[in-house]
Write a protein that binds this ligand. Structure first.
Ligand SMILES: [Zn+2]
Length: 87
């Protein structure tokens, strides 16, 4: 039984969203809950998805990628060493 205030990963249940069809493939309506994600987004999640920990965030943790920032280091400046030529 899921109730308001329950936590599922990043999600916190904040409201009952009523009975809804999970997808076009499903024949039955399932209880849905409005959840607040830790990132600030709000999504509606079906009760089974929460119950079985299928959905634990709005999707932000899946999309979170570490972008490799290419370091733009300037090419090492080769300082010509003055050659002292002894005359
Ligand atoms: Zn999120």
């Amino acid at each position: 039984m899921i109730s308001i205030g329950d936590n599922f990963g990043y999600l916190t249940v904040i409201a009952d969203a009523g009975m809804k069809r999970i997808s076009n493939l499903s024949k039955y309506d399932s209880p849905h809950f409005l959840c607040q994600c830790g990132c600030g987004n709000q999504i509606e999640v079906s009760e089974p998805s929460l119950h079985y920990n299928i959905v634990k965030s709005c999707g932000c943790n899946k999309n979170r990628r570490t972008f490799s920032i290419k370091e733009t280091k300037p090419a090492p400046v080769i300082v010509p060493v003055p050659v002292q030529v002894q005359a």
